[in-house]
Structure formats: C-alpha cells, structure tokens
Ligand binder design. Structure first.
Ligand code: SAH
Length: 390
C-alpha cells in the first residue's frame, strides 16, 4: 500500500481523530499515488496514524480508519451498518409522518466523503471523494444486504461534487424508483433527484422547520431562499395567516408552488415570487411577523469568510428592519468555514445597526440524522438562531 509521511507537528490533530490531511502537511509520498487510492498516513517518525483515500486536492487524504487494520468489504459493511443502526435507534425508520432522512452523513458517520439520503425507499448517493466513488459497487451491495426489501432504488448524484477530471455517471444505478413524493412531519414534498439541489431536498432542516412552525400561528411569514418551500409548507401547517416565499430560481419557485398546491390545494394564504432576497427585502413595503433566512453557503472555503460575514450582516440587517415589533427572525448559515461564534457575531452586528432590542430564543444546528463528528468541527456546518425582535 502506498503511504505518505507528514511534516513534523502535523500529526497533532490526526492523533485526535481529525479526519482530514491537508496537502500542505505532507512531507513525502511513497511514489505515484493514484486518485482515490487507499493509502496509509505516518508521522515524521514513521509511526502509523491512519488509513484513508488520497486525492490531489487541498484535502489530500480523508482518513476513515485510525487503526492499522485490513480494509475489506467487512470493514465497509461494519461502518455502514453502524450508520444505519444509529438511525434505527433514533426511530427514524418507524415515524408515521416522516419517511425521508439522511442515512449516512460523511465524516459525521466516520465515512468521509459518503452521503446517502433516504427518500421513502429510494437512496440518493452523493460522493465527495473519488475514493468513495470508486467503491460505489461495494457500497451499493452492502446497502441492499442491510436494508433488504425496504430498499427500492439507488440513485447516483455525484457529478457536481467530484472533480471534473473524473468520469461520473449520474442516474439510477440499482432498482426502480416508485414515486417521487416524500413526507416530512406530515408535509408532502416532491423530490427532483435529477436536477434538484444537493440530493433533492434539504433534510438537515427537518427539526428546525418543525420548531419554527410552532411560532407562526396567525402570523405573517416571509420565507426567503425557499427552494422547494420547506419552511413555507410548515408555516401553513402551523396556521400562519399569510406566507410569502422568495427564491431567485424560477425552477425553485415552480417547485414551491407545486408543494403548496399539493399540501394546501386552493389556499389563498400563499404567494411565491422569483426575486433576489436582498433586493426583495430592500424594495418591499411589507413587514412580517416572522422572517426566515436560509441562504446558500456564502463561504465555500476559509479564504472568503470575511466576505461571507459581511453578507450575513447585510442580509440580517435588512430582514430585522422588515420585522414587526414582537416578531421573530429565524436565521441560518450553512457555511462550513463560518463558525457558530462568527455567525452569531454577524447577527449581533446586524441587530446593533437597526437599534432593535433582540433576544435569542433558540440556537439551532442540523437535524439528528446529520450527526456532528466531535473530532471534526467542520461537520457542524449548519448554524441557526431564532431571535425575538422587539
Ligand atoms: N430553505 C430551503 C433551502 C435553501 S437552499 C429549504 O428548506 O429547503 C438555498 C436557496 O437559495 C436555493 O433555492 C437558491 O436558488 C436560493 N438563492 C440563492 N441565492 C439567492 C438570492 N440571492 N436570492 C434568493 N434566493 C437565492
């Protein structure tokens, strides 16, 4: 097996089970290493640290084992089984009103680079490392063995998450899809596996959507960055008096309209608009009791964090200015590179600019099917605040 040796001092985090080796930490490689190859990682004194997938990118190795063990099919079976057991323990397979959730959450399930989302018997696989993609057949066969008749189809959706220089074929790789609708806490959503964002739906917001729906009764709600209308459907479920959904993508707004017609046929309470959320907040004369801000990641990597923080500050300030006294702001950041503290600070600065009195009601993260690997701070990527605005 090929190996790499780390520069002196670069072993510290790895010894605390941090799973990423950055290219700048590598002192020496044993020879030519292929993309996606399984390699071992040693410290400067040739002591074993871990085994992982190599890739010529800033994250050079994603370590999946910190024990010098054989990486066989049994190894992958055991890891995948543990991920599925965790969801079984949480009762996620037996909920009466929810049949979609994340089945495997990459580093959060000690399977770096592998995402599998469960949509009522259909699995969408999204690989974030070439090594995982190369092991797709083994992964598929293990999923079939463990899930048995519950599993109907496996769909690959990795062309957007893997480097352009490798050939990736998206589409159904096993079985047959039966229906494209799922239930989340009693709301029905249409999943566009082929063209939708991520794996088709943002399953990480399930618990937050449910929480927010408890604060909207008889209130006017603005849901910006609405995508397929997740928060909007929950707002109507929570008996909001009026819901406005905004997204810059016309396709997203079509999907939102479909979602709302499916769940609340003929409702007069909902309006959906194709608009830039920043511009909408600048130009609308409406004010709202509840505003939801769930933008895409403003910082995709560490170099652009300060721009991202400015973006959050601007957006939150505009939203707070449109909130009625005694209203609520529900604000999120899904930027992995932005910390909880940095995000909170940007919301604080935004609030201070408006001069409004604000209190934090809830501090939120991702839903339980997206567990956070304590050894990998980046896996706590979703941060949210529910703020009471006087
Ligand atoms: N809240 C959604 C997920 C949001 S994903 C849910 O619960 O499912 C982010 C969305 O923001 C995408 O649909 C994208 O089209 C939209 N978007 C990106 N930039 C935008 C902008 N400037 N104004 C409005 N929408 C934007």
């Amino acid at each position: 097996m090929n190996h790499i040796i780390l520069k002196s001092g670069k072993d510290k985090d790895i010894r605390k089970f941090y799973p990423w080796v950055f290219s700048g930490s590598i002192k020496k490689t044993s020879g030519t290493i292929n993309e996606g190859e399984i390699i071992t990682v040693y410290d400067n004194k040739s002591e074993y640290l871990g085994t992982g997938f190599y890739q010529s990118s800033p994250i050079a190795v994603r370590i999946f084992s910190f024990t010098d063990e054989k990486i066989s099919e049994t190894f992958w079976f055991d890891r995948i089984k543990r991920a599925i057991n965790y969801r079984t323990q949480l009762g996620l397979f037996n909920l009466s009103s929810t049949n979609c959730f994340r089945l495997i959450h990459s580093e959060g399930d000690f399977l770096p680079g592998l995402i599998a989302d469960w949509y009522n018997g259909n699995i969408v696989l999204q690989m974030h490392s070439i090594g995982m993609y190369k092991n797709k057949e083994i992964i598929c066969s293990i999923l079939q063995t463990i899930l048995g008749e519950k599993l109907q189809a496996i769909i690959m959706k990795s062309s957007a998450t893997l480097p352009k220089n490798i050939e990736v074929e998206d589409g159904i790789i096993w079985g047959k899809i039966h229906g494209n609708q799922v239930q989340e806490n009693g709301n029905t959503f249409i999943i566009d596996w082929e063209k939708g964002q991520k794996t088709g739906f943002f399953l990480d917001q399930r618990d937050n959507r449910e929480l927010i729906s408890k604060y909207v009764a008889h209130k006017s709600v603005l849901n910006t960055f609405c995508y397929t209308g997740g928060f909007s459907a929950y707002a109507l479920q929570g008996n909001a008096s009026r819901v406005v959904s905004v997204d810059s993508s016309a396709r997203a707004i079509d999907l939102t309209q479909e979602t709302i017609s499916l769940n609340y046929p003929g409702t007069q309470k909902h309006t959906a608009l194709v608009a830039d959320a920043f511009e909408y907040l600048d130009t609308t004369e409406d004010t709202f009791d509840v505003i939801i801000l769930d933008p895409p990641a403003f910082a995709k990597h560490a170099q652009v964090v300060s721009n991202a923080l400015n973006g959050y500050k601007k957006l939150n300030k505009k939203a707070i200015e449109r909130i009625n006294p005694g209203g609520i702001l529900c604000t999120f950041s899904c930027s992995q590179a932005v910390s909880k503290e940095q995000f909170k600070r940007s919301v604080l600065e935004a609030s201070a600019k408006t001069g409004r009195k604000v209190r934090i009601m809830h501090q939120m993260s991702q839903s339980t099917c997206h567990p956070v690997n304590l050894y990998h701070p980046e896996s706590e990527y979703l941060k949210g605040l529910i703020i009471y605005v006087e």
